[in-house]
Design a protein around this ligand. Structure first.
Ligand SMILES: [Zn+2]
Length: 256
């Protein structure tokens, strides 16, 4: 496997979602590749920060700066390896516990919304701090949408509504709690927007959320709009002004 093959699989590897053969190939690559090992450590650190350490209402610029610093900090190889061995199992367990709590389906309306939004913001932050945020660069929706075929067990719409001002940047496969997600990246002026699309069966949604009802919330200075359409959950995240993000979500929901 080359670095190109390994990078999109790092998050899967961390979550134990690779089959034995792929897992062995990724591990063997990691033994010899410092850059990919650093990328894996970055994912682990990000998970940890997102799960426990970040102040809940930190302003986005301060938050982004901290994450960027963290991503670029070089660790000595031996120390890094030791740190990973100790931290990775605990972090993985934390992710599973959190997902398990979500899936129990007993959350109140505000808990359910907060939990879904928190996961979406985590995914958005991952995109912001990665040095290679896309697995496919955009040449337009006709390039990004087919790229997801065979990588997901559903076909996400990749709309670019006319007059929305959105520019499609690219896409990647990520995770939303316990399931794979299409991670679609847009810009609107200087703002970056992440649209996550994932299967919505078994997820705890705020009670009474009907098809294409928009649910909105703000955490850590990021706005999140969530909706369900055709068996798929959608989460749109940005630091864009809340009313402007809602207007974009209305257009995206109409096309999803
Ligand atoms: Zn590599």
């Amino acid at each position: 496997m080359t670095c190109e093959d390994v990078r999109p699989r790092l998050l899967d590897q961390r979550r134990g979602r690779l089959d034995a053969a792929a897992d062995a190939e990724v591990r063997s690559h990691l033994r010899d590749c410092d850059a990919c090992t650093r990328a894996l450590a970055g994912e682990a650190t990000l998970d940890e920060l997102l799960a426990r350490r970040l102040p809940r209402y930190a302003a986005p610029p301060a938050l982004k700066k901290r994450l960027t610093l963290l991503g670029s900090r070089a660790r000595p190889p031996a120390r890094r390896a030791a740190w990973l061995r100790v931290a990775a199992p605990a972090l993985a367990a934390g992710v599973v516990l959190f997902a398990g709590g979500m899936l129990a389906g007993r959350a109140t309306r505000s808990d359910a919304l907060a939990a879904l939004a928190g996961e979406a913001i985590g995914d958005h932050l991952r995109v912001l701090v990665r040095d290679r945020p896309f697995d496919v660069e955009s040449g337009g929706p006709h390039q990004v949408k087919p790229w997801f075929a065979g990588r997901l067990d559903f076909a996400p719409a990749v709309p670019v509504p006319e007059g929305s001002g959105l520019e499609l940047q690219g896409g990647a496969v990520g995770w939303f709690l316990d399931r794979r997600a299409a991670v679609v990246q847009y810009t609107l002026r200087k703002h970056r927007l992440t649209l996550l699309v994932f299967r919505d069966d078994g997820l705890a949604w705020p009670a009474g959320t009907r098809e294409r009802d928009l649910r909105e919330t703000t955490q850590r200075g990021f706005h999140v709009v969530l909706w369900r359409a055709g068996g798929l959950g959608h989460a749109l995240v940005s630091d864009l002004d809340a009313s402007e993000l809602r207007a974009v979500a209305v257009k995206l929901a109409a096309g999803s």
